[in-house]
Design a protein around this ligand. Sequence first.
Ligand code: A2P
Length: 280
Amino acid sequence: MGLKKIKLLSGEFIPEIGYGTYLEKGVDCYNGVLEALKAGYRHIDTAAFYGNEEEVGKAIRDSNVPREEIFVTTKVWNTDRDYEKAKKSLEESLERLGLDYVDLLLIHWPANEKQFPGKSNEINLDTWKAFIELYKEGKAKSIGVSNFYLHHLKNLINNSEITPMVDQIELHPGYMHEELLEFLKSHQIICEAWSPLGRGNLLTNQTVINLANKYNKTPAQILIKFILQIGAIPLVKSKNKLRIKENLDINDFEISSEDLDILKRIDTGISYKNPDFIDF
Ligand code: A2P
């Protein structure tokens, strides 16, 4: 079916839709990744914190899809945001995944001032320094961040030799980050969207349902297409075989710019985690 690929600052290419595995565990995770690879996904997103890297790695091996055709992302968890620990974290992730390299390594959340007064910038830079070395060693073909807002990104960009290649943030209708998206675009940093379905909540939103009826697609397809049309990479999660397929069937329509604007303004009523105030 051929998913489009987008070039990263590293020169590597990332498939425009990813299969997310947050909260997927054990056999469900294994089956989900296997189904996703069968359906045509070639981009799998996991994290040390998800506790499912072994299942992800096994599904990749059992799929018989050549390793080089699959784009694998993992992330370094908050307790490992430190030069030595970050390096060790990737070694352990590779071991669990059964891989020699990942395609993308992300800092899962930035250290913040609330938890580390006067030190958060330094901690993030220390972690980033380890990432740059892992990138140069080829253990991570591309490196980036997750849940980083403008000021977190500027700290890395202004104080190190390598710009993050990706920022993975929560992004969906009703939770736009216009200024951040502009900044990412102007720096050629690719944005990935976690919870593109609004943590599932937007599937029953009346505006989304009305647009689904208008375009003769499902609410999930509208939400996934929305992310693609605003230039980001949706990371889609589903344990269900039919929905895994449904979520890739988005190439036969375009949402008009008026309808994109309507989606952007949806009021979700969800209360969001601000990376500057998280305490985990
Ligand atoms: P399921 O695994 O049963 O398909 P988000 O990515 O915004 O966090 O949303 C994830 C949720 O959306 C999951 O609970 C998933 O449930 C559900 N989901 C994923 N794809 C679809 C779909 N096409 N239709 C309905 N629900 C979906």
